[in-house]
Design a protein around this ligand. Structure first.
Ligand code: DX5
Length: 244
């Protein structure tokens, strides 16, 4: 099977990336809100896809993904669905630059990873709070992003769980030890207070919903989250604890 040319892809570059989560954007003006953060410097946004089974909430279909793709902004689909084998390729074909799915819904992810790559999409793999991060380590060489949920998935606006930080440290250590170019993402409760904690643990991709879109000035909030994290991330790197 010939793999379609890779779409827009950002690989880890030693800098922290703040990724707006559209779940907290204005549902009646998603295009406006994605353009706003894009104009504010966001180079990547995430679309939370929920099926009402894997998580107790419903959100967007593939037609929304197709409608929101614009310019050079990378747009990923975070699948919180029970059947990623079915919906992963559908969102890849709808234009997702990366499809992130959960190991709880797909214990043997390599076959799906290959299918997503064949569809031209990047691959992300995530764990919910109740799942050990060690489950992701065997698959790190085959993915572009490892995701640690810092809240129970399904809703925005929940409180960040510091008890998940050891998972981030474990994955940071594994990614660096193997010398891999894999994003280490955290999602849930990210704001200017939580961002430095996550960055200090080694996260370089910070997904934020209400921390950005519930603010009076979303772009300013996005930049403040980035600055708060960057200081910590750079301090760690120069401190050599990071191995990069
Ligand atoms: C929750 C979603 C998150 C959520 C983040 O299941 O995966 O992306 O939108 O929202 P905040 O940043 O408000 O916790």
């Amino acid at each position: 099977m010939t793999s379609r040319p890779l779409r827009r892809r950002h690989v880890p570059d030693g800098k922290v990336c703040v990724v707006p989560s559209l779940l907290a954007a204005d549902p009646g003006a998603l295009r406006r809100d994605i353009s706003r953060v894009a104009a504010g410097g966001a180079r990547w946004a995430t679309l939370d896809v929920m099926d009402g089974h894997f998580v107790p909430n419903l959100s967007y279909g593939p037609q929304v993904m197709a409608a929101l793709r614009q310019g050079t902004m990378m747009l990923d689909a975070h699948l919180m669905v029970e059947d990623p084998q079915k919906y992963g390729p559908i969102f890849a074909k709808a234009g997702a630059d990366m499809v992130i799915f959960h190991i709880e819904a797909c214990p043997r992810p390599l076959r799906l990873a290959r299918r997503l790559r064949a569809a031209g999409s990047g691959v992300g793999l995530g764990v919910k709070p109740g799942t050990p991060a060690s489950k992701l380590i065997p698959f790190l060489p085959d993915i572009d992003l490892a995701l640690v949920m810092m809240v129970e998935p399904g809703f925005g606006g929940q409180a960040f769980m510091p008890s998940m930080l050891p998972k981030v440290r474990l994955l940071r250590e594994a990614i660096d030890r193997k010398g891999l170019k894999v994003w280490l993402a955290v999602d849930g409760g990210i704001n200017v207070k939580a961002a430095p904690l996550a960055a200090a643990a080694g996260a370089d991709c910070l997904v934020a919903g209400s921390g950005i879109f519930a603010a009076k000035d979303p772009v300013d909030a996005m930049r403040s989250i980035g600055e708060a994290a960057r200081k910590e991330f750079d301090r760690l790197k120069t401190g050599g604890t990071h191995g990069r």
